[in-house]
Write a protein that binds this ligand. Structure first.
Ligand SMILES: [Fe+2]
Length: 191
């Protein structure tokens, strides 16, 4: 089992100035927020934190297709138990088209494998927590779901299923908040 310290080391190793890199700061916030949620839900705090730290690790290897690059990296380097998060974090509802921004291109490397994995991987609360935290955390910390989705769509555009993604994201956040008994935003003071 990876510790959160080791996962963070994996994320930053080889990077010249990790503190200056936006996806590193974003991943740290995603992991820390996911850990706080998991802890309060009596889930595995460390595991949730590790998944958050690692979900975007593929950005280090291939910025255009970070999903598949991260999956390959973790799978090929002895961390196969965590590789799934690189694929599942962007796609809600076991649906490769339930994504914020633009669709994954059918021409992208590994597309068929990603699609098959996403459609068949049983999503757990950990997947949902990471997906939700990914849609709440900027490189500068937590924001609202509305603002984060707007931020992604401004950069990556929209598609004909964007509203469906947005509605799914909101209901997933509400599902978690119902279990918590309070808003996820309440954690932002401790982030
Ligand atoms: Fe992310």
């Amino acid at each position: 089992m990876l510790s959160k310290e080791k996962a963070y080391q994996l994320l930053i190793e080889g990077l010249a100035e990790p503190d200056e890199i936006r996806y590193v700061a974003h991943s740290k916030y995603v992991g820390d927020l996911a850990g706080m949620i998991a802890k309060e839900l009596s889930l595995d705090y460390e595991y949730a934190t590790v998944l958050g730290y690692l979900h975007d690790i593929g950005r280090k290897y291939e910025s255009d297709n970070h999903i598949y690059a991260g999956y390959e990296y973790l799978k090929n380097n002895g961390y196969e138990d965590y590789a799934f998060i690189c694929l599942t974090h962007s796609f809600l509802n076991n649906d490769i088209e339930c994504i914020c921004g633009c669709f994954l291109s059918p021409d992208s490397r590994g597309y068929r494998e990603v699609k098959e994995f996403v459609e068949n991987h049983p999503y757990t609360m950990y997947d949902k927590i990471i997906q939700t935290c990914d849609l709440l955390c900027l490189h500068s910390g937590g924001t609202t779901l509305e603002d984060r989705i707007e931020d992604i769509e401004q950069r990556k555009g929209t598609h004909h299923k964007s509203l469906y993604h947005k509605e799914t994201a909101f209901s997933q956040k509400e599902e978690i908040e119902k279990l918590l008994g309070h808003s996820i935003y309440d954690f932002y003071d401790s982030l």
